[in-house]
Design a protein around this ligand. Structure first.
Ligand SMILES: Cc1ncc(COP(=O)(O)O)c(C=O)c1O
Length: 389
């Protein structure tokens, strides 16, 4: 097969875009006075909060650190029970285990692939009041979960909410009052989190953010990401002078450096154009595959298209075929309850049949803003040949 060199094979399922402006922003940061602990982190937080529509944003070292900070700020304690969909990356649920809490799962709605909110309600209804303390709602693949409905359910059962919006910065949905709500904007969730891993919408290498509208949680997050240390004169128990600080709670070093924040700021400038490109790619795929024997994603207004996941029969063979043609598709995700660590906690195959049926068929095709037209055409032709030849 003679291929056009501009195809740049292999084609990954996702990848970062680094522009000259990004490089310049990082260089400027390297030449500046602060590599960490400087003003760029605050600027990035303010710009991110403004992009997402939340009141506060707290930058940290990864999406996983963001999740752990949330469970610390919400004071998750040993024995607490928290609900989440098994269709997510393990970090979404591990953050509760870090604090000695327990995870319980709610199966997905196969049409949206999000936590089934009717099943969530049923599960909460069947348990004694107070049995569950929180809900982690994931905007899987970029499909915004209806947070107004999650809030309404959570309130009835006294649960807090973390929205895992790693896949959905810039995504939005219309709430019951016909208001357009941005994923992670804090209108309904107590806390929301994002990741800046290279395959995500904004890449800093490693990095994460927590957003919230709650000033108390915000204050806690600020201290927790820096060892639990405060310098806030109003909060100090004693005051020995300008140098004085107190470690009042047990925290971590989950800070983001100014170098990473500079890259994040620069990437954030392309938020809207990146989202528009992802949407365009999704529309082209949907049109190209509409006659093929596969299940296409349900696309609703406001979808953020982190992933483009199709469901096919004989997935293993299809995955192998794509690899042979240098298309590096991925599987999102192996259900959390399949992981040996979670199986040791008592979960087993068969517990969440809808997630498991999805897992047996799912495969993510290349989806990233710099996917070229010729690359996408190559993916489309290759996929079509598999089904039609
Ligand atoms: C849904 C979800 N939650 C959490 C994370 C964790 O983010 P990070 O890799 O930045 O720790 C990821 C990213 O991999 C993710 O996809």
């Amino acid at each position: 097969m003679s291929l056009n060199p501009s195809l740049q094979l292999p084609i990954p399922y996702g990848r970062q875009e680094i522009t000259k402006e990004d490089e310049e922003a990082v260089l400027q940061s390297l030449r500046g006075a602060y590599l960490t602990g400087g003003p760029t982190v605050k600027k990035f937080e303010e710009a991110f909060a403004s992009y997402i529509g939340s009141q506060y944003a707290v930058a940290c070292s990864s999406g996983t650190a963001a999740l752990h900070l949330c469970s610390l700020a919400l004071r998750v304690k040993p024995g607490d029970r928290v609900l989440c969909s098994p269709l997510t990356f393990v970090a979404s649920t591990n953050c509760i285990l870090y604090q000695g809490g327990n995870i319980d799962f709610v199966d997905i709605d196969p049409s949206t692939r999000l936590m089934d909110l009717d099943l969530l309600e049923k599960k909460l209804d069947q348990a004694p009041l107070g049995h569950y303390s929180g809900i982690i709602a994931v905007d899987f693949a970029g499909h915004p979960i209806r947070m107004d409905r999650v809030r309404e359910i959570a309130d009835r059962y006294g649960c807090w909410i973390i929205e895992d919006s790693c896949h959905a910065p810039g995504g939005s949905y219309q709430d019951a009052e016909d208001k357009q709500q941005q994923c992670g904007n804090g209108a309904y969730a107590d806390l929301a989190i994002f990741s800046f891993h290279p395959v995500k919408h904004f890449a800093t290498g490693e990095g994460g953010m927590v957003t919230t509208n709650d000033p108390t949680l915000y204050e806690r997050l600020i201290d927790l990401r820096n060892h639990g240390i405060t310098r806030n004169r109003n909060k100090l128990i004693e005051d020995h002078g300008g140098w004085y600080y107190e470690m009042q709670v047990l925290g971590y070093n989950y800070r983001l450096s100014d170098i990473h924040a500079a890259l994040g700021m620069s990437q954030l400038n392309r938020g809207a154009s990146g989202l528009a490109k992802r949407t365009e790619i999704a529309k082209i795929y949907l049109d190209a595959f509409k006659d093929l024997p596969m299940k296409l994603p349900l696309i609703e207004e406001g979808h953020a298209f982190h992933l483009f996941v199709i469901e096919v029969d004989n997935r293993k063979d299809f995955y192998k075929y794509l690899r042979q043609h240098e298309i590096l598709s991925q599987i999102h995700y192996i259900p959390v309850h399949y992981q040996p660590f979670y199986q040791k906690l008592g979960w087993k195959k068969g517990d969440f049949p809808l997630t498991e049926a999805y897992y047996n068929a799912c495969i993510s095709l290349p989806m990233f803003p710099t996917l070229s037209i010729s690359q996408q055409n190559y993916v489309i032709d290759t996929v079509r040949k598999y089904f039609i030849s």
